[in-house]
Design a protein around this ligand. Structure first.
Ligand SMILES: Cc1cc2nc3c(=O)[nH]c(=O)nc-3n(C[C@H](O)[C@H](O)[C@H](O)COP(=O)(O)OP(=O)(O)OC[C@H]3O[C@@H](n4cnc5c(N)ncnc54)[C@H](O)[C@@H]3O)c2cc1C
Length: 428
């Protein structure tokens, strides 16, 4: 990345990012969640989390005529009757027939949203509440239904500066110090039971660090007294890049989304769409940011995929990471684990046991997976099976001492990423 920096957007409002986000509600793939669990976080994998995803959402289908006109597919079993309302609007532009059709004509796989392997083209819901045709967000879903409770108080326009800890050797959070932005006054509150920190991916570790919990060198450089040296706090931050490719379409059908925005706005059409929405919540204004999606594999949009993937596989990740990763094995291990999980995984995560069986026999199908990030071209994994990728292992995993038995993924990693990984995994 040549030491470039990017701004990160977060929603500083009750409901956080869900109030300002793009309303795309696509479920992640099982492999993504499993890389959370694999380094030692039981129940954070897909199997452990899927029931909560299901329980939290309620899905409304588009009308039958829209579904049939555009051949919209989805898995109703992926949702239950939770507080987060998601839907695929019944109003859909005809051009989506051609857009989806061109994906399929290019032989991209057609998958169903809600499945645990969303690879290829599919239809995703939006966080739009079908009963109001308005955005559903965390405040509407979780706070508003219980806001009348006498034991619940929401303090808006207040900023938590620090988590307070009891001064015993066992670090226990006992309260928070916060600033009232309007009055610029500082106050503290204390917990009788527990403190739940949910300040998002950026500000949760930030707040930990401001409170003295984090990497010693970072805290000392910022002159924050260290209460607990935890190098993992604030490390391994990942986000997906948005790479937009815009195409000028010359033969769009009427109506189309360009008629509602920017320089191509059709004022008459927009006014009638507004009137339709305001009178009976139908029409173009009920359409969110679109529901057709394609998660393409690297192989499908880059002819140099093999060279680039090979280069990544032989890279020593620590050479590109901040200094602290070089000195901390557990941080390095986590990064390598993820690189491996993305670049080199058993062909199907659900068939790990099958893969172990073949591994014990001394061979394993590497089933390479790769991944790239972009908004519309965000790939999950790709599989390129070939007989060349069948490798022989000189030491079957079953012969390793029990304490160092490795899962198939790790073993594949040791083999392929010899330079960077062997030292870490074999010695650990
Ligand atoms: C512009 C944008 C577009 C996006 N588009 C999509 C999309 O289309 N689909 C999708 O799935 N995801 C999308 N996302 C991501 C998604 O919105 C976030 O992943 C999600 O909201 C994260 O939820 P969270 O609860 O972890 O954190 P957040 O939503 O960030 O919530 C954290 C909350 O903590 C508060 N907070 C932070 N620090 C403090 C402090 N010190 N004191 C008091 N309060 C504090 C913040 O104000 C905020 O309310 C988008 C995000 C953005 C910003």
């Amino acid at each position: 990345m040549h030491n470039k920096t990017w701004g990160v957007h977060v929603g500083n409002v009750v409901g956080g990012g869900s109030v300002v986000n793009g309303m795309r509600f696509d479920l992640g793939s099982d492999a993504d969640y499993n890389t959370w669990e694999q380094p030692g976080n039981p129940n954070w994998g897909h199997e452990g989390l899927a029931k909560y995803f299901k329980r939290s959402t309620h899905f409304d289908e588009p009308s039958e005529s829209t579904r049939e006109r555009l051949n919209i597919t989805y898995d109703l079993q992926a949702y239950r009757d939770g507080p987060v309302k998601v839907s695929i609007p019944s109003f859909q532009y005809d051009d989506y027939k051609n857009i989806m059709g061109s994906f399929l004509a290019s032989d991209l796989p057609n998958t169903i949203e809600g499945s645990s392997r969303p690879l290829g083209t599919f239809w995703t819901p939006n966080t739009i509440d079908n009963s109001t045709k308005e955005r559903c967000h965390a405040r509407f879903a979780y706070y508003d239904p219980v806001k009348g409770r006498p034991n619940l108080q929401l303090l808006t326009n207040n900023h938590v500066n620090e988590i307070l800890f009891t001064s015993s050797s066992k670090l226990t959070a006992s309260g928070v110090e916060f600033t009232n932005n309007a009055k610029a006054s500082i106050k503290t509150v204390h917990a009788t039971k527990e403190i739940i920190l949910a300040a998002g991916g950026v500000f949760t570790p930030h707040l930990f660090m401001l409170s003295g919990v984090g990497p010693e060198d970072v805290l000392s450089a910022a002159k924050i007294p260290v209460k607990r040296n935890l190098p993992a706090v604030g490390s391994n931050f990942q986000d997906h890049q948005a790479l937009y490719m815009r195409f000028q379409l010359s033969n769009q059908t009427i109506p189309n989304p360009d008629m509602l925005v920017g320089t191509t706005i059709d004022k008459v059409f927009n006014a009638s769409a507004a009137a339709q929405y305001n009178s009976n919540r139908t029409g173009p204004w009920t359409f969110g940011r679109g529901n057709a999606a394609a998660f393409l594999t690297f192989k499908q949009f880059c002819h140099r995929y093999q060279n680039i993937t090979s280069d990544i596989l032989i890279q020593n990740a620590t050479a590109y990471l901040p200094e602290q990763y070089k000195h901390n094995k557990s941080l390095t291990l986590r990064i390598l684990w993820q690189t491996l999980s993305w670049c080199v995984m058993p062909p199907r995560t659900q068939s790990i046991s099958k893969c172990s069986a073949s591994l014990y026999a001394g061979t394993v199908d590497t089933g390479r997976h790769s991944r790239c990030f972009s908004d519309t071209l965000r790939s999950r994994q790709y599989q390129a099976h070939s007989s060349r990728q069948m490798m022989k292992f000189s030491t079957p995993a079953s012969k390793l001492p029990l304490s160092t038995q490795l899962t198939p993924t790790q073993v594949v990693g040791v083999h392929l990423c010899r330079r960077s990984l062997e030292a870490v995994l074999i010695r650990s």
